[in-house]
Design a protein around this ligand. Structure first.
Ligand SMILES: [Zn+2]
Length: 215
């Protein structure tokens, strides 16, 4: 495989979506020709829509948000491969919004997992409470220590899950077994494998992504 220039794009080597749950909420209908009068809410939600990131070799490597993708394009780090139907308007310009971007320089993708953060845990768990299985906006989710901290549970990928407030309150300072709750999935680190699963999940709904993900 080509060069191994580490982290040339972002000093911390992250492409995580800027917005919580951007990957989960998925693509809304395109604004089409009526994009002229984008309300600020519509604009804000458009800026959070997921964008597929391809390596220079066209290999899909991540999902980011429109806002971050446009920054990468402005910096000359990436170029758009597929466009959204919508545009965002600043004072003087209309900007086309990307749906798929490609890095101009090959980037080595380490196999190690992403930074442990609330945002990444919600992304890994797809904004789904791991106890009741329902999907919530990020603001209505908290992180639950599966084995409570008071019982020696660590803050780790394997011990933190997305949890709604109701389940979190119900569980209290108990283990899932003690509280009669069952985890939807065994929590794991967020690896490249997790990213690929996410990309495919979103890609099923977006035809502009499909040719890069399923071949
Ligand atoms: Zn719940």
């Amino acid at each position: 495989m080509g060069a191994n220039r580490h982290m040339s794009v972002d000093s911390r080597g992250r492409y995580t979506p800027e917005a919580d749950g951007a990957a989960v909420s998925g693509a809304e209908g395109p604004a089409g020709s009526r994009s002229h009068n984008l309300s600020s809410t519509r604009r804000a939600s458009l800026m959070q829509e997921p964008v597929l990131v391809l390596n220079a070799t066209y290999e899909p490597i991540n999902v980011t948000a429109v806002r971050r993708a446009m920054v990468l394009m402005l910096k000359g780090v990436a170029q758009a491969e597929e466009m959204h139907n919508a545009e965002v308007h600043s004072a003087a310009h209309a900007h086309k919004v990307p749906s798929v971007i490609r890095l101009l320089a090959y980037r080595h993708i380490p196999q190690q997992s992403r930074a442990l953060s609330r945002k990444n845990i919600l992304l890994r768990d797809r904004n789904t409470c791991q106890f009741c299985g329902r999907v919530f906006p990020s603001s209505e989710l908290t992180l639950d220590h599966v084995v409570p901290r008071s019982r020696g549970g660590r803050s780790s990928w394997e011990n933190l899950v997305a949890c709604c407030y109701r389940c979190n309150n119900g569980k209290g300072d108990r283990t899932p077994e003690e509280a009669g709750l069952k985890l939807a999935r065994r929590p794991r680190p967020f690896t490249l494998h997790t990213s690929r699963q996410l990309m495919r999940l979103i890609g099923h709904r977006d035809e502009r992504w499909r040719k890069y993900l399923f071949y």
